[in-house]
Design a protein around this ligand. Structure first.
Ligand code: 13P
Length: 249
């Protein structure tokens, strides 16, 4: 049985004060939600405030990115051990916005995933096709290439500790959700790919989240799909009522 994960990716939104206020309002609304792991990923500078405000609750905090080395002269970067030291348990790796705007590649995704695991963090490794790739009928091959470059290089022990997020780029922030059937199909492709790399049992245990315009009114249909093990939510995770409605769908 794969325990669901409902994660909020706050992207570049909220100050530390807004982070604390969100958690104060949100925590009581999800206090009885034991069916899922609940994760919030604020910007780096607000991680201490988030960890502090989530103390004593089941809500866990994650980073949105990391650098793959432990320390060094890399201005602006933050390492996995630093995230762990501040109280993070999770980290998003290879989000499409990182790939699009910050030159993230499958190769850097693999390095970052390994670094996260080494520091004891659970990486949420993101994959997904762009609109022109879907329209060209290339969705499956894009997912296979991203898996081959970004995930297949893990050891079986490392693979057992990651979570995958399928985020079709055309569905992010656009209000266009993949239908539950489209998402489930892509998840099936990813799971089959993982089975060919790591075996059927390991692939069957891996949680695959869907991300892309998940809202309170469409989350239930997505979660009803056997293949979908949770959601990575952007815009709708910024409001406590809205994200609580998603978590308790
Ligand atoms: P939206 O939910 O705003 O479409 O963002 C999805 C996303 O990118 C989560 O990582």
């Amino acid at each position: 049985m794969r325990k669901r994960v409902l994660a909020g990716n706050w992207k570049m939104y909220k100050t530390a004060a807004e982070t604390s206020a969100f958690l104060e309002a949100f925590a009581p609304l999800v206090a009885n939600a034991s069916h899922a792991e609940i994760v919030i990923c604020p910007p780096y500078v607000n991680l201490p405030a988030a960890v502090e405000a989530a103390r004593g609750t089941a809500i866990e905090i994650g980073g949105q990115d990391l650098f793959w080395l432990r320390e060094g002269a890399y201005t602006g970067e933050v390492s996995a051990p630093m995230l762990a030291a501040v109280g993070c348990r999770w980290v998003i790796v290879g989000h499409s916005e990182r790939r699009q705007y910050f030159h993230e590649t499958d190769e850097t995704v693999l390095k970052k995933t390994r670094a996260a695991l080494e520091a004891g963090l659970t990486p949420i490794v993101c994959v997904g096709e762009r609109l022109e790739e879907r329209e060209a009928g290339a969705t499956e091959s894009v997912l296979r290439i991203q898996c081959a470059g970004g995930i297949a290089g893990l050891t079986p022990e490392q693979f057992a500790r990651i979570v995958i997020a399928y985020e079709p780029v055309w569905a992010i922030g656009t209000g266009k959700t993949a239908t539950p059937e489209m998402a489930a199909h892509a998840h099936g492709v990813l799971r089959a790919e993982m089975a060919s790399c790591f075996g059927a049992a390991a692939a069957d245990s891996c949680r695959i989240l869907y991300g892309g315009s998940v809202k309170p009114d469409n989350v239930k249909g997505l979660m009803e799909q056997e293949e979908i093990d949770g959601a990575l939510v952007g815009g709708a995770s910024l409001d406590p009522q809205s994200f609580a409605a998603i978590v308790t769908y």
